[in-house]
Design a protein around this ligand. Structure first.
Ligand code: NAP
Length: 277
C-alpha cells in the first residue's frame, strides 16, 4: 500500500511556481474576498494569502462585513475585474444566505475565475477544452498522475456530486479516458459499485462513510472529505484504518487533497496571468 502524500506533491508544485515567478516582469496577483467571519473560511483565506506570499505573488485579502449588500459585493468584484494588478479573483464560499452565490460567481470575469466555477469555465471543462479548472478536482488529477496509473479504460467511481467537487471531478476523469460512475445520496448499492472500482474519489462530508471492505484490492482511493470529530480530530470520508488493508494507493486526511487545492489555486493564478499577458 502506498500513501499519496498531498503535502509533498503540493510543496513541489509551489516550489516550481515560485521559480517561474522569479523570471516574470510582474508578480501574478490574486484577490480573495471573504464575507463575514466564519472561522473555517477565515483560516482558508489566511492560508491562501500566505501561500501567495510564499511563491512571490501579489495578494489582496479583502474582508467584507456579513451585512454587505448584493450590489456592494458585485461592485467589489467588478472593481477587481478592472484592476490590472489582479489576475485571479476568488470569493470564499459559502456566502451569507442573503447573497446570491451564483450571481457573484457569474460576475467574476471568466479569465480571472481561478476557482473555475464560472459557467463559461465549467462549460469548457465539459467540452474537454478547459483552461481554468476547479482547483480541488484538478489537484486530485495531479495526485493521480504521481501514481503513474494510466486512467484510460479504468472504472472510476466518484462519490458526491456537488458543483465544486464531485461533478467537475467526474468530468476530469472522463476527459482522462476513464469510465465514470457518479454517486449521490440516493445511490443504491454504493458498496457494490465501489467494490468494482479501480479508482475511487470520495467528496461527501460524512466521516468514515467508506469502509475498507468496500474497496477492491489494489484500488486507488482519494479522500476529499474533511470532517472534525467531537474529539477535535480531523478525518476524511474514508475509514482510513480499514481502507489501507485493501487500497493500493490512498490519500490521507489531513495531508492529502487539502494542500493540493491551495497549490492548484496558485497554479491557476499563474495560468490566468499568462493568458492575460
Ligand atoms: P456538498 O456540496 O455537501 O455535497 C456532498 C455530496 O455528497 C452531494 O452530492 C450529496 O448527494 C452526496 N452525499 C451525501 N451523503 C451521501 C451518501 N451517504 N452517499 C453518497 N453520496 C452522498 O459537499 P462538497 O462541497 O462537495 O464537499 C464534500 C466534502 O469535501 C466536505 O467534507 C468538504 O469539507 C470537503 N472538501 C474538501 C476540499 C479540500 O480541499 N480538501 C475542498 C472542497 C470540499 P446529493 O447530491 O444527493 O445531496
Amino acid at each position: 500500500m502506498n500513501i499519496i502524500d498531498g503535502k509533498q506533491i503540493a510543496q513541489k508544485l509551489r516550489n516550481d511556481i515560485a521559480k517561474k515567478v522569479e523570471k516574470l516582469d510582474r508578480a501574478p496577483g490574486l484577490a480573495v474576498i471573504l464575507v463575514g467571519d466564519d472561522p473555517a473560511s477565515t483560516i482558508y483565506v489566511r492560508n491562501k494569502d500566505n501561500a501567495c506570499k510564499e511563491v512571490g505573488f501579489y495578494s489582496e485579502k479583502i474582508n467584507k462585513s456579513a451585512n454587505i449588500t448584493q450590489q456592494e459585493l458585485l461592485d467589489e468584484v467588478i472593481r477587481l475585474n478592472n484592476d490590472d494588478k489582479i489576475d485571479g479573483i476568488l470569493v470564499q464560499l459559502p456566502l451569507p444566505k442573503h447573497l446570491d452565490t451564483n450571481l457573484v460567481i457569474e460576475t467574476i470575469s471568466p479569465e480571472k475565475d481561478v476557482d473555475g466555477f464560472h459557467s463559461e469555465n465549467i462549460g469548457k471543462l465539459m467540452q474537454n477544452k478547459a483552461n481554468l479548472r476547479p482547483c480541488t478536482p484538478k489537484g486530485v488529477m495531479t495526485m493521480l498522475a504521481t501514481t503513474g496509473i494510466d486512467l484510460i479504460g479504468k472504472d472510476c467511481v466518484v462519490v458526491g456530486a456537488s458543483n465544486i467537487v464531485g461533478r467537475p471531478m467526474a468530468m476530469e476523469l472522463l476527459n482522462a479516458g476513464a469510465t465514470v460512475t457518479i454517486c449521490n445520496s440516493k445511490t443504491q448499492d454504493l458498496s457494490g459499485k465501489l467494490q468494482r472500482a479501480d479508482v475511487i474519489v470520495v467528496a461527501v462530508g460524512v466521516a468514515h462513510l467508506i469502509k475498507g471492505d468496500w474497496i477492491k484490492k489494489g484500488a486507488v482511493v482519494i479522500d476529499v472529505g474533511i470532517n472534525r470529530l467531537e474529539t477535535g480530530k480531523l478525518v476524511g470520508d474514508v475509514d482510513f484504518e480499514s481502507a489501507i488493508k485493501n487500497a493500493g494507493w490512498i490519500s490521507p486526511v489531513p495531508g492529502g487533497v487539502g494542500p493540493m487545492t491551495i497549490a492548484t489555486l496558485l497554479e491557476n493564478t499563474l495560468t490566468a496571468y499568462q493568458n492575460r499577458k
